[in-house]
Design a protein around this ligand. Structure first.
Ligand SMILES: [Zn+2]
Length: 227
């Protein structure tokens, strides 16, 4: 089974991708990890990508697609795939379809884990961590005993710049702007499985596993193979 996983910051996409990869024996390809590795490898596409990023520009779709296509074709054909963080734009989605059909490995479904913006802001903007021991807190769900200080070592807690409320709202706006057209693109082409990410992580895993197992069974019937 090959799927694209989409979801806004704070919906728990990363956690679910890891769990699904384990449950279904799929390879989890996170575009963030792959692009970072490519950039530091000094390869030709990696160098091109770096020059755009150093100039503060968006990396063109064709470079991203070429790197991701390479990563996908490097996987054994019989293994399933979870693409996480890619495709991010309609041109990327179109190019991915062309590449995958050339490899005779089309996508089976698109999984969207979503939640209301206000909940996502509360989740992400409430995250604090200890710079000394790495312990993680949440101002509402997992608050330290003494406000702003680590229970373990007493150090002053910090927030990642990306998690500040205004930045989270910008990230959500960007996600909606970019992703809505990609979901529209897939709507007429692939089954879209929507999961409510406002539940706790274990409940989300249960819902998504059930939905994918149902799709997987249908897929297996169609192709006569278990991947
Ligand atoms: Zn600490």
């Amino acid at each position: 089974m090959r799927i694209v996983l989409m979801g806004p910051p704070g919906a728990g996409k990363g956690t679910q991708a890891k769990r699904l990869a384990e449950t279904f024996g799929m390879v989890h390809l996170s575009s963030g990890d792959i692009l970072r590795a490519e950039r530091s490898s000094g390869s030709e596409p990696g160098r091109k990508m770096k020059s755009y990023m150093d100039a503060g520009e968006l990396v063109p779709d064709e470079i991203v697609v070429a790197i991701m296509a390479e990563a996908i074709s490097a996987q054994p054909a019989e293994k399933g795939l979870i693409l996480d963080g890619f495709p991010r734009t309609v041109p990327q989605a179109e190019a991915l379809d062309v590449q995958l059909s050339a490899l005779a490995r089309p996508l089976d479904a698109v999984l969207v884990i979503d939640a209301p913006d206000e909940l996502l802001v509360e989740r992400v903007a409430g995250r604090w961590s200890c710079p000394q021991c790495g312990r993680v807190y949440h101002s509402r769900y997992l608050a330290p005993v003494r406000a702003g200080h680590c229970d373990t070592c007493g150090a002053e807690l910090i927030q990642r710049p990306d998690d500040a409320e205004a930045v989270v709202r910008e990230r959500l706006d960007a996600y909606h702007r970019q992703t809505a057209p990609v979901i529209e693109y897939y709507r007429s082409r692939r089954p879209i499985i929507q999961a409510d990410g406002s539940a706790g992580p274990d409940e989300v895993t249960r819902l998504v596993t059930e939905a994918l197992a149902a799709r997987g069974a249908a897929w297996q019937g169609k192709h006569g193979r278990g991947d």
